[in-house]
Design a protein around this ligand. Structure first.
Ligand code: HEC
Length: 113
């Protein structure tokens, strides 16, 4: 009886911690969106995270991680060109995202490492 009771309390504590975790994540969202990054993070989640991962660690075999220094050392313009035109498995975003939106996404990618 006593054991069952403490198990229930443990379950309630776990649920509360989980809820608190979600609250923190939700509270963090508007702050990120309101930053200098504009909509880059949302666009990244929508268009890129499926292959490049939420944190820039690729989930498909051929895509390189954005944490690689030599990749992100490229100027905005060459990343912009690549994202516009695509390469192999990487789809082209010309006509899907505006140049400004792509720049916002690049700014977001640069925060990932
Ligand atoms: C369908 C999966 C997929 C999606 C969606 C995708 N990518 Fe890629 N991306 C790849 C692959 C695969 C490569 C490697 C291409 C190659 O060199 O063969 C790549 C390469 C890149 C590179 C260049 C890496 C290098 O080697 O120089 C950048 C930058 C990049 N992606 C950004 C993005 C951005 C930004 C988005 C969203 C707007 C996006 N990708 C969406 C699969 C994807």
């Amino acid at each position: 009886m006593k054991l069952t009771h403490s198990r229930r309390i443990a379950a309630i504590v776990r649920a509360a911690l989980l809820a608190a975790g979600f609250a923190v994540v939700l509270a963090a969202q508007p702050a990120a969106a309101a930053g200098s990054n504009n909509n880059g993070q949302q666009l990244y989640m929508l268009h890129c995270a499926g292959c490049h991962g939420i944190s820039g660690i690729s989930v498909v075999p051929d895509a390189k991680d954005f944490s690689r220094v030599e990749l992100m050392a490229q100027p905005d313009q060459s990343l912009l060109n690549l994202i516009r035109s695509g390469r192999n498995m990487m789809p082209p975003y010309l006509g899907i995202l505006s140049d400004q939106e792509i720049i916002n996404v690049i700014n977001h990618i640069r925060t990932l490492n």
